[in-house]
Ligand binder design. Structure first.
Ligand SMILES: Cc1cc2nc3c(=O)[nH]c(=O)nc-3n(C[C@H](O)[C@H](O)[C@H](O)COP(=O)(O)OP(=O)(O)OC[C@H]3O[C@@H](n4cnc5c(N)ncnc54)[C@H](O)[C@@H]3O)c2cc1C
Length: 370
């Protein structure tokens, strides 16, 4: 039922407009409000806080079905659910949860999550944004880059340095509302793909945040962020799976219709074997994803498994989208067919929430422990 709801929504509300949004880099806030009404912006949030109260299985299905049609919307749904909302859900106080989760789950408020900075992406621990205590307030200064919903987000969870450089307990997470003086949006990025998902800077200039906005304890932010990413990586895996399946579905259809040398191109083994590879890799990615989801649903450690799922699924998305363009030939190189957009969008999956290289670092660290 959830899968059908996501499919119906994507066909009715996203498919007719996604190319227009892509071309103009328009972030369709109204679509997220409608997704909120259907419970898709608070998939993992318990019902007592106004969410849907589902598990990672339903969450994967929602992101996958939306991403089969448009990766940008899938990415924004994933970032809102897993990062901002996910951080508050996992680590905030009861008062903070009661205040923010109902607004986020209904999409009355759009959420952002700021870890990355211009010079600290993979190496986030070297962040330069600082928070200095002044009475009951923390004063934040610095700039976060590449933040999904950096302009339109109504609230952001922001990681800032409160201790020594390179101290994993020297970073703290804050909930910061858009209206807070000293907090503004900066430059919006002009991107290769995922163009309808807004990506922008968050700028903090003597931004005073009350101590009640700290999530958990001072100094726990980095450790919290790494755990948030364990779940977030499952969502990027689901985004990747949707893009890969979208590219495969389009390629199967086209290869049966397109004729060359008097027959459908699907009858050429060179094309049929591409479809076989795509289908096999997609199933393997799906298994990895559900394995990570199983662990996460049962409160078990899933650092290695979610990194594996994200790493493999994202590389599969890029391979499937690339083969999709090849199967479409010249038509695949135009904006008249969906595969060029899958091709552009897929690349983000091997970069966001930890590049493929960083996933391999995480996986190798875990396997070497044993
Ligand atoms: C569309 C989009 C949305 C995003 N949304 C958010 C968001 O909402 N919030 C947020 O905080 N961030 C967000 N990000 C940032 C994203 O998480 C970073 O871009 C990503 O972590 C990589 O960091 P970087 O871009 O600085 O690359 P770098 O860290 O500079 O990496 C450059 C290259 O070096 C490699 N590399 C780096 N370190 C190592 C190493 N130790 N070993 C081997 N190779 C290495 C990388 O794999 C990569 O190939 C977003 C990014 C994009 C593009």
């Amino acid at each position: 039922m959830i899968s059908q709801m996501a499919i119906d929504f994507a066909e009715k509300e996203i498919r007719p407009h996604f190319m227009e949004w892509d071309e103009s880099q328009y972030f369709p806030v109204e679509v997220f409000k409608k997704l909120g009404e259907l419970g898709m912006m608070g998939v993992l949030v318990p019902t007592e806080y106004g969410g849907s109260g589902f598990s990672y299985n339903e969450y994967i299905v929602v992101i996958e079905e939306i991403s089969k049609v448009c990766g940008s919307i899938g990415l924004s749904v994933a970032a809102h659910n897993s990062l901002c909302t996910g951080h508050i859900l996992q680590f905030a106080s009861e008062d903070q949860k009661k205040k923010y989760l109902p607004k986020l789950a209904s999409a009355e408020w759009i959420g952002a999550w700021g870890l990355t900075e211009a010079n600290t992406g993979s190496d986030a621990m070297r962040m330069k944004t600082t928070a200095v205590k002044d009475g009951e307030y923390w004063v934040l200064n610095g700039t976060k880059n590449w933040i999904t919903h950096g302009v339109s987000g109504d609230v952001a969870v922001v990681l800032a340095r409160t201790g020594e450089l390179l101290d994993s307990h020297g970073i703290t997470a804050f909930i910061i509302e858009r209206s807070t003086p000293g907090f503004e949006a900066g430059k919006k990025e002009n991107k290769l793909g995922m163009r309808a998902s807004e990506t922008a800077e968050l700028i903090f200039s003597d931004c005073r945040v009350h101590e009640s906005q700290v999530i958990g304890k001072v100094g726990e932010g980095f450790v919290q962020a790494m755990k948030v990413l364990d779940g977030g990586r499952i969502s990027i895996g689901a985004l990747s799976l949707g893009i890969a399946k979208g590219a495969l579905d389009a390629s199967i259809k086209y290869s049966k219709e397109r004729e060359q040398f008097g027959q459908a191109i699907s009858r050429f083994q060179a094309i049929a074997f591409k479809l076989a590879d795509m289908a096999t890799e997609i199933e393997a990615a799906e298994m990895l994803l559900y394995q990570a989801a199983y662990l996460k649903n049962n409160g078990l450690k899933c650092t290695k498994e979610s990194a594996m799922a994200k790493y493999y699924a994202s590389e599969v998305a890029v391979r499937c989208a690339t083969e999709g363009v090849q199967i479409f030939g010249g038509y695949g190189y135009t904006k008249d067919f969906p595969v060029e957009k899958f091709y552009r969008d897929s690349k983000l999956c091997t970069i966001g929430e930890g590049t493929s290289e960083i996933q391999k670092l995480v996986i190798s660290r875990e396997v070497l422990k044993g």
